[in-house]
Design a protein around this ligand. Structure first.
Ligand SMILES: Cc1cc2nc3c(=O)[nH]c(=O)nc-3n(C[C@H](O)[C@H](O)[C@H](O)COP(=O)(O)OP(=O)(O)OC[C@H]3O[C@@H](n4cnc5c(N)ncnc54)[C@H](O)[C@@H]3O)c2cc1C
Length: 413
């Protein structure tokens, strides 16, 4: 006797419950909760999100302690506004460290640039939040929203069918979705299996990430430093902890990774100088190979691609998730506007309107992050003074610096 597979029809299926997929589920769930409050008579949007990693239990979430090793992301001021809209900011804020000043410098050159939140009349240029805590705040919010989880569950196959896509989960369940959102971080291989090509440029660099303790209070300063080996960033965390992002040329990081903590701290001190104080302690070191990957298509009828699956950037400018979150909000808004006109979420008109909102922002951020790496990565003596002049000049040119700050804050659109 053949087994009967459960089959469910949904309006939106989100593949991947990482930061991006969970944010989209929150945005759609919030919109549905608002419709319910207004006693809206339309059938609610049926949203299902599928994630293989088990969610933390409520007890674990309540017992959360930021560890020395917790990885964190720089969240632009503009992203805070989006998180407020999703009803998760107050929970995130409890573990968020404000970036009040940014210091940009180049090793071996004089020029520096300083940006201050006060010049822009805001309390912070951005925030640094442990990734695990952001995930927990999103998942906790989702518990009270009308969104269905399939977790732990993995999508095993994805095929186009009439009116949408057919998803088969490892539980055997089949979902028929009017809109499928690929938020899998580019990890499932579905993009390739659907024949969606990507442009791929390896930076031939690896990012080494670790939390470090510094000898003096960071006072909300974030540091960005360009060196011949690649850029480094130091972001404020709680107490005297800071998150280090240190890029190395490919092949050169194995040695740094293998150093004892003491030797590592010494090498870091030499590369970074003492502008942040003395480095005293280092936590677990993680490494990530760095590439720029951009999908050539981000929509097809009944399909949208978001987050790392659509664009993976160099982390130095801290833009990847911030850009993805703007994509999340634009997709949720396009679906909301289409719904008001009686148009389905997966309809090509809905997705064309989403893409029209996204294109300029994505190109601008990809150019900005990639341009920064290329400008500071070119090993040519003649460019050194030009870059230093750029940094010094930037320091002197108020309006231009404010434009840079607005980019960093994610509010320049
Ligand atoms: C070193 C480093 C530092 C960074 N720092 C910053 C920063 O400071 N600020 C910033 O804005 N950005 C930063 N980024 C970028 C940011 O981390 C990414 O943009 C973000 O994590 C992308 O999230 P995502 O949800 O798209 O992908 P992921 O986090 O990869 O999530 C994808 C999810 O899909 C799930 N999945 C995979 N396959 C399947 C399947 N078959 N079925 C169902 N689910 C599946 C996975 O389990 C996973 O949970 C950094 C990136 C790196 C590498």
């Amino acid at each position: 006797m053949s087994q009967i597979r459960q089959s469910t029809t949904v309006d939106v299926a989100i593949i991947g419950g990482g930061l991006v997929g969970a944010s989209l589920a929150c945005a759609l769930g919030e919109a549905m909760a608002a419709e319910r409050e207004l006693a809206d008579e339309r059938a609610p949007l049926r949203v299902t999100i599928i994630e293989p990693q088990p969610l933390p239990s409520s007890a674990e979430a309540n017992a959360y302690q930021p560890s020395f090793d917790a990885r964190a992301s720089a969240i632009a001021y503009g992203s805070r506004r989006h998180f407020e809209r999703l009803g998760v900011w107050s929970a995130m804020a409890t573990e968020a460290s404000a970036i009040r000043h940014i210091h940009v410098s180049e090793r071996g050159r004089l020029g520096t640039t300083r940006l201050h939140a006060s010049e822009l009349g805001v309390e912070a240029l951005g925030y640094v939040i442990p990734n695990a805590w952001m995930g927990r705040a999103l998942h906790a919010r989702l518990e009270s929203l009308p969104v269905d989880w399939r977790c732990p569950a993995r999508v095993e196959s994805l095929e186009a069918e009439s009116g949408g896509y057919r998803l088969v989960l490892d539980s055997g369940e089949v979902l028929h979705a009017g809109l499928t959102v690929l938020a899998d971080g580019g990890r499932s291989g579905f993009k390739e299996r659907l024949g969606i090509e990507s442009d791929h440029h390896s930076y031939e660099q690896t990012a080494l990430i670790a939390n470090v303790e510094v000898s003096r209070a960071h006072g909300g300063w974030a540091f960005e430093r360009f060196t011949r080996e690649g850029p480094m960033a130091l972001l404020p965390l709680g107490g005297r902890r800071m998150e280090l992002v240190w890029t190395h040329r490919q092949g050169a990081f194995d040695e740094t990774l293998a150093l004892s903590d003491g030797a590592f701290l010494e090498r870091l001190q030499r590369a970074f100088g003492d502008r942040a104080g003395r480095f005293r302690q280092v936590g677990r070191r993680h490494t990530y190979p760095l590439s720029l990957i951009t999908a050539r298509e981000t929509i097809r009828p009944h399909l949208a691609i978001l987050g790392n699956a659509a664009h993976a950037l160099h982390p130095v400018a801290g833009q990847g998730f911030n850009l993805a979150l703007r994509g999340v909000m634009d997709l949720a808004d396009a679906i909301g506007a289409a719904r008001a006109d009686g148009v389905a979420a997966g309809d090509p008109r809905t997705l064309a309107s989403f893409e029209a909102r996204r294109t300029a922002d994505t190109h601008r951020i990809v150019r900005f992050s990639d341009g920064l790496i290329r400008l500071f990565g070119i090993d040519h003596a003649a460019l050194g003074p030009a870059r230093a002049a750029g940094l010094v000049g930037l320091n002197a040119l108020g309006p231009l610096r404010r434009t840079l700050a607005r980019h960093a804050m994610g509010i320049e659109r």
